[in-house]
Design a protein around this ligand. Structure first.
Ligand code: URA
Ligand code: CA
Length: 433
């Protein structure tokens, strides 16, 4: 087999066989196929697309390029959730204990990564004492006992994806549905998921700006999952404005606590219940999404969801008193209000720009080496569609410096107030199940 022929076949619109895809991924991983041939193939895929069989084969070839996590010692169906990334997305912190409280095992492997705020692990580390440096054995035991545990990334997962994603990034081939879908799905499958729930975001703060693109990506991932024996469902949700009110690590932990107690922001509560219902159905604990939702709502009302959070935090060394006393979470030394310059209705809160402002305060990493400040961030007092009086606070900045003028400037530039009342954006656009 020659890489040249594989490139030419795809260039001319042909369909690659599983053997050809394996030959490419194996050779690219071990270095026998050079970057220039891999980039030519990525560009050919960009223009010629891949059919369902090719997408499934590419996904599994990338899964098999490195280590895979074996969760078979954990009882039950392991359902994982993936979000394509948003601003102030606190859903994982809510979903994990909520879903565990109805008996679906949550075996979460998580990373830190770059972004407007830290990843799930960084957020959880805002709880004093909480740590994810546990052995695989402890991890398995904790999930079997409590139905929930979080561990840091271990092993060399999907090296082919790492290398190919890096190459796509510099060859203008990131934005290809088959390549994105196989990249995301390969990582979820390698980390041991039996079933997968996807939250594909759309809007200013999202990777997929349009609803049509988001839907195409979601359908592509659902079909890959179902073709490789992992039941998969998806939700298309709005990321034109930040999700919930808090953007920042400790601030989001507090928001998750409120939500698990039934006092969370409407949008975060709704999206969490929607995604959690899918997880519960895939986990085999309910027949229908409605039935699942009832179980989940019940556990918020009767306190089982918040109790599960306490149990989870203390099992990994965390101080569970933060649940009843959120003032024990890290706190910034200053708060400042962003006061409305005119009265009217909030028309737009541009998600990605608001996220950048939170990062400027220190809530996220700009480079892998950056230190995160867990205490800082933003809390929205108004959301799109709300009425605000001149001088009233639109949002509160939590900062450890007093020099916030340029950040305030950026915030003003990205929040618009209009005289007319507008419809609030739809939160959940589509459910694919
Ligand atoms: N995120 C991924 O993990 N892979 C892609 O290809 C694009 C976004
Ligand atoms: Ca939030």
């Amino acid at each position: 087999m020659r890489m040249y022929d594989i490139i030419a076949k795809k260039r001319d619109g042909g369909n690659l066989t599983t053997e050809e895809i394996n030959f490419f991924i194996d050779g690219y991983t071990d270095g026998s196929i050079p970057d220039y041939q891999a980039s030519a193939l990525a560009m050919a895929v960009f223009f010629q697309d891949m059919n369902e069989e090719e997408r499934a084969a590419l996904t599994m070839a990338m899964v098999n390029s490195g280590d895979t996590i074996d969760l078979s010692d954990i009882m039950g169906v392991k359902v994982d959730k993936h979000s394509t990334g948003g601003v102030g997305d606190t859903t994982t912190l809510v979903l994990a204990p909520l879903v565990a409280s109805v008996g679906v095992p949550v075996a979460k492997m998580s990373g830190r990564g770059l972004g407007h705020t830290g990843g799930t692990i960084d957020k959880l580390e805002a709880v004093p004492g909480f740590h994810v440096e546990i052995t695989s054995e402890e991890f398995v035991n904790l999930v079997n006992k409590n139905k929930i545990a979080v561990i840091g990334q271990t092993g060399n997962l999907t090296p082919a994806d790492k290398k190919l994603y890096g190459l796509r990034d510099v060859t203008a081939t990131v934005n290809s549905i088959p390549l994105i879908a196989s990249s995301i799905m390969s990582k979820k499958i390698a980390s041991g998921a039996d079933a997968i729930v996807l939250d594909v975001k759309t809007g200013a703060g999202a990777f997929m700006k349009s609803k049509a693109e988001a839907e195409e990506l979601a359908k592509a991932m659902v079909s890959i999952g179902n073709n490789v024996g992992r039941q998969t469902m998806a939700v298309i949700s709005d990321m034109s404005q930040p999700l919930g009110r808090a953007i920042g690590n400790a601030l989001e932990v507090k928001e998750a606590i409120n939500t698990l107690q039934g006092n969370g922001p409407d949008d975060l509560t709704e999206l969490s219940l929607t995604l959690a219902s899918q997880m519960v159905v895939l986990g085999g604990k309910a027949e229908t999404l409605d039935e699942a939702r009832q179980l989940l709502e019940e556990n918020i009302k009767n306190g089982k969801a918040i109790d599960k959070l306490k149990e989870f935090l203390s099992a990994q060394g965390g101080d569970e008193s933060v649940v009843d006393h959120p003032e024990n979470l890290p706190k910034a030394s200053h708060t400042f209000e962003l006061e409305a310059k005119q009265s009217g209705y909030i028309q737009e809160i541009v998600a990605d720009e608001i996220g950048s402002a939170a990062m400027m305060l220190g809530a996220g990493r700009q480079t892998k080496e950056s230190e995160i400040d867990l205490s800082v961030g933003l809390v929205l007092n108004k959301k799109v569609g709300d009425y605000v009086e001149e001088g009233e606070s639109i949002l509160t900045l939590h900062s450890n410096t007093t020099d916030v003028d340029s950040i305030k400037e950026k915030l003003y530039e990205n929040i618009t107030i209009s005289e007319s009342n507008l419809d609030t954006p739809t939160l959940v656009h589509t459910i694919i199940s």
